[in-house]
Write a protein of this length. Structure first.
Length: 476
């Protein structure tokens, strides 16, 4: 479980950090292109923002990782198996709590050291890029002003990097104005120093008088550029660029502290309270998906509801920090918002598991309520008897009676025996011819035919439908 949470968290924090980094880097892309900086310098400049971005999105990444892992194991019925094996919600919370502890430590390190160090380096690098006089000079066919009172123009630039048709006009000093004209010039950089080497040109110096102009022609002249351009020193650092010791003990002469002291106070308490959001976001996601669900309906709405709760907690916390800038009495809100989310989530988990056994017992009870009662049979009937009687115990200990031997059954009458006897019987001799019938006696056609033989048992009862034998007449 911890390995799955760690993998999901690392992937999500990488993706979210990259998205926020791209949105911040696009704003600096035009500046770097205008100053002629390389891709490596661009990545170095924007790379200083990564610690601040990672600390900002870490609680959100942990929340999404918690919801994803619980949703996946619930869909694969692994969460049902864990609860059926006797695992409680608190035992399942252990790997998530360990991940939250590590994320909290990471956010604390970022807030106390990595973020102010990276933001300071970003500010120094950004001022260096903006005040780079050499990059400003190399713009063909344009009149550029690196600072007030200084104007530079070049006609073109050849393949060797030399500047052709240079005009360098300096009017920063009202009592003396200088104008440099050169057919060709070259920019030289030696460590931190830079200079402009000009060939075949003139230097015109105008004094305070309107017509006093000194013109000097030269074949080669070197101009130190260290005295030109804006000041590269950082005048002051913003509240997000200060270390924690500077926020807790601000300098009374600091311009930020003198103008808005609440900004220093809000930044300090925001750095101390933001690590608590790692636990708050994790517990919100865990409380919503820690219960095993056997059905697959309504999960998307549950995800949306939990996401809305998490976003609401984060928005309320950011609003409280912004209100602290003007009202220092609202400082406890910075800690109350994440602490309340943690406490409510723990109470929800305790209430959801209060008075309930493991998941197997609960499912068995629900299944028993759904199904009708069945009459116990066999071994189940014997298990249902709690205390057997003495007679029952005696019957249970007595040896079982010997099984009765089956009696031999006589075979019944064969229905085909009469047919077999009829087939085996010898043929009967022909009957003698009957005498002529007498007068008044019924003829052969009128007399009904009688079967020559009968199958089965004959009945001695007279047939009422059959006429009787003729009676002989006697003399009266």
């Amino acid at each position: 479980m911890f390995r799955q949470i760690a993998q999901a968290f690392l992937i999500l924090i990488g993706v979210l950090t990259a998205l926020v980094w791209v949105s911040q880097a696009i704003r600096l892309l035009n500046l770097v292109i205008e100053k002629g900086r390389s891709l490596g310098e661009f990545l170095s400049l924007t790379g200083y923002l990564l610690p601040w971005i990672a600390g900002l999105v870490a609680p959100t990444a942990l929340f999404v990782a918690t919801v994803y892992v619980l949703y996946r194991i619930n869909s694969d019925s692994e969460l049902v198996v864990m609860h059926a094996a006797g695992g409680s919600r608190w035992r399942l919370l252990r790997p998530f709590a360990l991940a939250a502890v590590l994320v909290t430590a990471f956010i604390t390190f970022v807030n106390l050291y990595a973020m102010p160090h990276g933001m300071r380096a970003f500010r120094d690098k950004l001022i260096e890029v903006r005040t780079d006089l050499i990059a400003t000079l190399v713009q063909e066919g344009q009149f550029v002003s690196p600072e007030a009172g200084l104007t530079v123009h070049i006609r073109a630039r050849d393949d060797n990097g030399d500047l052709l048709g240079l005009i360098f006009h300096d009017t920063r000093q009202p009592d003396a104005q200088y104008t440099y004209l050169a057919e060709r010039a070259r920019l030289l950089a030696d460590g931190g120093a830079s200079s402009l080497l000009m060939y075949n040109g003139t230097l015109q110096r105008r004094r305070a008088g309107p017509r006093e102009v000194d013109v000097v022609r030269f074949e080669q002249y070197t101009l130190d550029l260290g005295n030109f351009g804006p000041n590269r020193e950082v005048p002051y650092y913003e509240a997000s660029e200060k270390y924690m010791s500077e926020l807790l003990n601000p300098d009374p002469a600091d311009p930020i502290f003198r103008s808005t002291p609440g900004k220093i106070l809000a930044e300090a308490h925001d750095r101390l309270s933001s690590p608590l959001y790692a636990f708050a976001m994790m517990l919100i996601g865990f409380a919503g998906f820690a219960g095993a669900r056997s059905n697959r309906t309504g999960r998307i709405w549950l995800v949306l509801a939990i996401a809305i709760v998490a976003i609401g907690v984060r928005v309320v916390g950011a609003t409280a920090v912004n209100l602290m800038v003007k009202q220092s009495a609202l400082v406890p809100l910075a800690y109350l918002v994440p602490a309340s989310a943690i406490l409510i989530s723990l109470l929800w988990l305790w209430h959801a598991g209060r008075g309930r056994g493991d998941f197997a017992a609960v499912m068995a009870a629900e299944e028993k309520l759904r199904q009708p009662r069945r009459r116990p049979t066999g071994a189940a009937r014997m298990d249902a008897v709690a205390v057997p009687s003495a007679a029952g115990a005696a019957r249970a200990t007595a040896p079982p009676p010997a099984p009765e031997r089956p009696t031999r059954r006589e075979p019944g009458p064969d229905p085909n025996a009469a047919l077999r006897r009829l087939a085996e019987a010898p043929p009967r001799p022909p009957e003698p011819r009957a005498p002529e019938p007498r007068a008044g006696a019924p003829t052969e056609t009128e007399r009904p035919r009688t079967p020559s033989m009968a199958i089965g048992r004959r009945s001695n009862r007279p047939d009422p439908t059959r006429p009787g034998p003729p009676q002989s007449r006697r003399a009266p």
